[in-house]
Design a protein around this ligand. Structure first.
Ligand SMILES: [Zn+2]
Length: 171
C-alpha cells in the first residue's frame, strides 16, 4: 500500500521535549505534563501541541527547528470572537467556528518575557492543527485528495509555526 505525503516530524523523547522549552524557567519545564508519547503518530505531526489537562488556560507547542526541538508555553485568553463569527487559525489557516479558535499568547523568551512581553495569535483551541489539515471537510476549497495538497498545507504549517516560534525567541 502506498502512502502519499504525510509531513511529520522525528519522534522526540520526553527528555528532549522538556529541554526544548524556551520561554519558561527550567523548574517549570520539569513540571509540564506531557501527552502520552507512545500514542503520538509523529509522521502525521508538523508539531506536537497539547493542552494542560489540569490548567485549561495553558497549552504547549513543540516543533523541530533547524537547531533542534523548540518548545513554547502558551496562555489562552478568556475572551473569544463573537459567537457565530468564523475565526481563522493563523497556523493551519483553517476557518472554524469561533469556539474552536482561541487567542493564545506566548511569553517572549528571556528577560523580555520575564518583563511581561508576549506574542499572541489565534490558534486552534486544541492546538491540533496537524490533525485539522488532514481532516478537512470535503466541502473545503482545499479539498481532500492529492498528496500535493497535503504537502503544501503541511509545509505552510511548518513555515508558520517556525516563524511564530522565532518571534517568541526574538530578542
Ligand atoms: Zn490550526
Amino acid at each position: 500500500m502506498t502512502r502519499g505525503y504525510s509531513g511529520g516530524m522525528r519522534a522526540l523523547t520526553a527528555e528532549e521535549i522538556r529541554a526544548s522549552f524556551v520561554n519558561v524557567e527550567p523548574d517549570d519545564a520539569a513540571r509540564i505534563p506531557l501527552p502520552g508519547l507512545h500514542e503520538v503518530v509523529w509522521e502525521d505531526r508538523e508539531f506536537l501541541g497539547w493542552r494542560d489537562p489540569s490548567l485549561a488556560s495553558r497549552g504547549y507547542l513543540v516543533h523541530e527547528a533547524a537547531e533542534g526541538p523548540v518548545g513554547i508555553v502558551l496562555r489562552r485568553a478568556d475572551g473569544r470572537a463573537g459567537a457565530g463569527i468564523p475565526a481563522m487559525c493563523s497556523l493551519c489557516r483553517a476557518t472554524q467556528p469561533a469556539t474552536q479558535v482561541a487567542l493564545w499568547s506566548a511569553p517572549r523568551a528571556g528577560q523580555a518575557g520575564r518583563d511581561g512581553a508576549s506574542v499572541g495569535t489565534y490558534i486552534c483551541d486544541d492546538l491540533g492543527c496537524p490533525h485539522i489539515i488532514r481532516m478537512l471537510p470535503a466541502s473545503s476549497p482545499w479539498a481532500i485528495g492529492s498528496g500535493d495538497l497535503l504537502e503544501s498545507r503541511s509545509t505552510g504549517l511548518v513555515d508558520r509555526v517556525r516563524s511564530f516560534c522565532a518571534s517568541v525567541l526574538a530578542g
